[in-house]
Design a protein around this ligand. Structure first.
Ligand code: DC
Length: 221
């Protein structure tokens, strides 16, 4: 079984995907972490993430491995677990910039597809339903208003001890939304056969229930 879960940043894709993976006993794959890891590498090299040529020159030196330990995803970048270093607001912007470069997307394509060939997955990202797993049995496009997403992301960052303000998070989110949805290659738009789920006014539990209903409906057909 392949479930594609796409949508903008902060819509709650990862919490939803984790809950569904647990419920259905399938593997949760967070593809944003791959773009973030490339962002981390590029930053380490002091390369401008918007400079496509310079980013592409880094690719041959990037070894990325996605492994699952006790059901948890870990990314090893050149042999080292990236951990939470990829979760900072700065790396979010790096990830968004490098993800607009077609060669970077191509570089990560096979890593993502090969996982879905080996096991049943719920994969979250931006182009899972359109590019990575166009044959997924279920495609959900999870969205929420920018304000609702920024509010949640601010709380999430605060819980991790990363200090920012709601206004900063909202501005970053709008900038990333524009970058991600207007880029030429694999823009973050819903697949034609995706089911929309807007959770601006839904609790986490309600979102999970709605997604499970969509999955049940699609898989029973
Ligand atoms: O889901 P996330 O916020 O961790 O993703 C980080 C960035 O990576 C995001 O700005 C867009 C990009 N991304 C992408 O282009 N395609 C994906 N499948 C996943 C993430």
């Amino acid at each position: 079984m392949k479930i594609a879960l796409d949508g903008p940043s902060g819509a709650g894709k990862s919490s939803l995907a984790k809950a569904i993976a647990k419920e259905l006993h399938i593997v949760y794959v967070d593809t944003g972490a791959l773009y973030r890891s490339i962002g981390l590498f590029v930053r380490g090299r002091e390369v401008d993430p918007k400079n496509a040529e310079a980013v592409i020159a880094c690719l041959p030196d990037i070894q990325l491995e996605m492994v699952f330990e006790k059901g948890e995803q870990h990314i090893y970048l050149c042999g080292e677990d990236v951990g939470d270093r990829i979760r900072t607001p700065e790396i979010s912007m790096y990830a968004s910039a490098v993800s607009a470069i077609p060669a970077v997307r191509e570089f990560l394509l096979e890593t993502q597809r090969s996982i879905a060939r080996k096991t049943s997955v719920i994969m979250d990202g931006r182009d899972i339903g359109t590019v990575i797993l166009p044959d997924a049995e279920v495609k959900i496009f999870l969205t929420a208003s920018a304000e609702a997403r920024a509010k949640r992301r601010t709380l999430e960052l605060a819980a991790k001890g990363i200090s920012t303000t709601y206004e900063e998070v909202l501005a970053d989110m709008r900038e990333r939304d524009t970058n991600d949805s207007t880029r030429k290659t694999a823009p973050a738009i819903p697949a034609e056969d995706a089911v929309f789920l807007d959770n601006s006014d839904l609790s986490v539990e309600e979102t999970i229930a709605a997604a499970l209903a969509i999955i049940r409906d699609k898989t029973e057909k």
